[in-house]
Design a protein around this ligand. Structure first.
Ligand code: PSU
Ligand code: MN
Length: 291
């Protein structure tokens, strides 16, 4: 049984060398929970569903790694480029490989309408969730995004959103931003039954599972929010746009928190892999009932 992992978090979400250590650690956690990790990326134009340790190291250190969402995959393949896959591209490639469950850190979403620019920015992760049948475990979405708008988008497009042992949609560094989740699940079996029922009904969309960061690693909202505000206004001032926005904000938050946000990010990634592995096993049990 396989679990998909993304690579944008390695190439663009965490600094070296913590990115490589984390990529390896996530694969270890998956195996410890009884599933085979498949980290997904594009290397020199070749789609890889599963990376060797040398390939992980290459991706963690290379300087010119593209950030690939769905729209960018063909370009990377045709031009034999190396790229890390976001949630959208990873979902697509996982689906192609027959993998049903995928663990990430945070998903992209609807960005806050920022300052004077009033940019309109909706991550390709959302339409991917609306059209690709993969269950995605995340720690919610960062409060750099507009969380209520993100959840509204998912409702409009028919994507079930489950809170894993929580009533609130998790806010990445924080367990809650006060935005309720439509459905709470308290076990991997409960989640798996809902995921299976969704697909048995004939829906072809994904399912989003939000697992809050464990209490002991949480950064309270009031601590992280001023840093988020500052990073957002700097992005505005420096006219950061397009797919550079999320990596810019992550990097600035790491600097503004003196590296604490990186430790938080790693903790929630490990937790998500553990939850996703349990859901993958619960789904497999539904395929092959023993009694
Ligand atoms: N959120 C995080 N860390 C990340 C990402 C999102 O907290 O590393 C990455 C994921 O790969 C996600 C992508 O799919 O950023 C979204 O990018 P954009 O906002 O440009 O759609
Ligand atoms: Mn975007």
């Amino acid at each position: 049984m396989f679990l998909a992992l993304e690579s944008t978090v390695i190439a663009h979400g965490l600094p070296y060398p913590q990115n490589l250590e984390t990529a390896r650690e996530l694969e270890r956690v998956a195996r410890a929970y009884g599933v085979e990790p498949r980290t997904i990326a594009v290397l020199n134009g070749e789609i890889k569903v599963g990376l060797s340790d040398a390939e992980l190291a290459q991706l963690a250190q290379a300087r010119d790694v593209l950030k690939l969402s769905r729209r960018d995959l063909a370009v990377a393949v045709a031009r034999q480029r190396t790229g890390a896959t976001t949630v959208s591209a990873t979902m697509w490639l996982a689906r192609r490989a027959g993998i049903r469950v995928f663990a990430t850190g945070g998903i992209g979403g609807v960005h806050r309408a920022s300052g004077a620019a009033q940019t309109w920015d909706v991550s390709a992760d959302l339409p991917e969730l609306a059209q690709t049948p993969v269950a995605v475990v995340c720690a919610g979405a960062k409060a750099i995004l507009d969380l209520p708008a993100t959840l509204e988008w998912l409702e409009t497009h028919g994507v079930p959103v489950l809170g894993y042992q929580t009533d609130d949609f998790p806010a990445f560094y924080s367990r809650s931003a006060g935005v309720p989740v439509p459905t709470r699940v308290d076990s991997a079996d409960d989640a798996a039954r809902i995921i299976q029922a969704h697909w048995d009904l004939g829906f072809t969309s994904g399912v989003l599972i939000g697992a809050p960061i464990p209490h002991e690693y949480e950064t309270p909202r009031e601590v992280i929010e001023p840093h988020i505000q500052r990073a957002l206004s700097e992005a505005d001032e420096q006219k950061i746009s397009g797919n550079a926005v999320t990596p810019f904000l992550l990097k600035r938050l790491a600097e503004l928190t003196g590296g604490e946000s990186v430790q938080t990010n790693i903790a929630l990634l490990k937790n998500n892999v553990a939850v996703a592995a349990e859901i993958a096993q619960a789904l497999a049990r539904l395929d092959a009932p023993t009694a």
